[in-house]
Write a protein that binds this ligand. Structure first.
Ligand SMILES: [Zn+2]
Length: 322
């Protein structure tokens, strides 16, 4: 208990400090705005221009110099990571049932100065909602692609943030999900809390994870150092606005929150959380069983989900083509 409280307290304290935008950041942003109108326009016109590639060894390649400025804009003034939910635990089946929970340390707000990128919304400016499914379906890995097929059949594109060490054992799952039209992102290699790692471990956890350009840090916990290392490796941080708390204990199957409770978390979320929103759920929980009802509820409330327009590559454009 005290461990969780300590992590939470530290997270919030760190969060508050990071909320202050340093003068240097303001200066950098001013310079970008006043001197780089051309560059900004170019980014908007061609969001893939600075997409990171892969080196000969299959690792993320260093970006061209002109793209470093774009990523610097992403770094500058980034909103802080939210308080971590809790340190990962072990379920009765010996696999981590940790979730990425934890309410945002602040109410999801307007996009902040991060080169126009709002990490809590994963850069979603479409008005639609993005479903995201994290971690791994431990007892039934193929569950992921069945969920993917179900969503594809409904014309919905989701984002899957897979734990790298499992995804590496089942490369067909990542490939199939992308073929189904879903984005697959990096969720670290072993689901460690990135802010607790030393520099080398942090680098390795990201670099060894799923390739691409979206990183969802475990527990959503990332500060300036984590954001900068991720950016150097070609990733931008993608968190969420609606946490379904599906990873918490409850009276549903598996001793977790029931599908009905998970459904209600989304249904009852605020308009601000839903517009351009990102929904956090997990592959091992009762979230997948709630998906049909979640989608139906959102439609009934007048919301749409990101549209599935067919197969995708590992790099996800910004703004999100929802
Ligand atoms: Zn996770």
């Amino acid at each position: 208990m005290s461990g969780y409280a300590e992590v939470f307290r530290r997270g919030r304290g760190r969060h508050r400090r990071r909320r202050r935008i340093p003068l240097k950041t303001v200066a950098v942003l001013s310079a970008l705005v006043t001197c780089s109108a051309f560059a900004v326009t170019r980014m908007e016109d061609d969001p893939l221009d600075c997409a990171p590639g892969r080196g000969a060894d299959g690792r993320p390649a260093r970006l061209p110099v002109e793209c470093r400025g774009a990523n610097a804009a992403l770094r500058a003034g980034a909103p802080a990571g939210k308080a971590p939910g809790r340190a990962g635990g072990e379920g009765g089946d010996g696999v981590p049932h940790d979730g990425d929970g934890g309410r945002p340390g602040r109410a999801p707000a307007q996009p902040e100065a991060e080169g126009g990128y709002d990490r809590e919304r994963c850069g979603n400016t479409s008005g639609r909602l993005l479903l995201s499914l994290d971690d791994w379906a431990y007892s039934d890995p193929e569950r992921s692609v069945r969920i993917g097929a179900q969503l594809q059949a409904q014309g919905v594109r989701a984002a899957f943030f897979l734990i790298g060490k499992f995804a590496a054992q089942y490369p067909n799952i990542t490939a199939t999900l992308r073929q189904q039209g879903h984005w697959v992102g990096n969720h670290s290699f072993t689901h460690k809390q990135l802010t607790a790692l030393d520099d080398q471990e942090l680098h390795d956890e990201i670099r060894s994870g799923v390739g691409g350009n979206l990183l969802r840090p475990p527990y959503g916990d990332a500060g300036e150092r984590e954001r900068d290392v991720a950016a150097d490796l070609g990733y931008r941080i993608c968190n969420w606005t609606i946490d379904t708390h599906d990873w918490e204990k409850g009276d549903g199957p598996g001793g977790l929150r029931s599908a009905e409770a998970v459904r209600a978390s989304v249904r009852d979320a605020s308009q601000e959380e839903k517009h351009n929103g990102v929904i956090l759920g997990h592959l091992f929980s009762n979230f997948p069983a709630a998906l049909n009802d979640i989608i139906a509820d959102l439609h009934a409330q007048g919301y749409q989900l990101c549209r599935n327009t067919g197969p995708v590559t590992e790099n996800v454009p910004h703004p999100l083509p929802c």
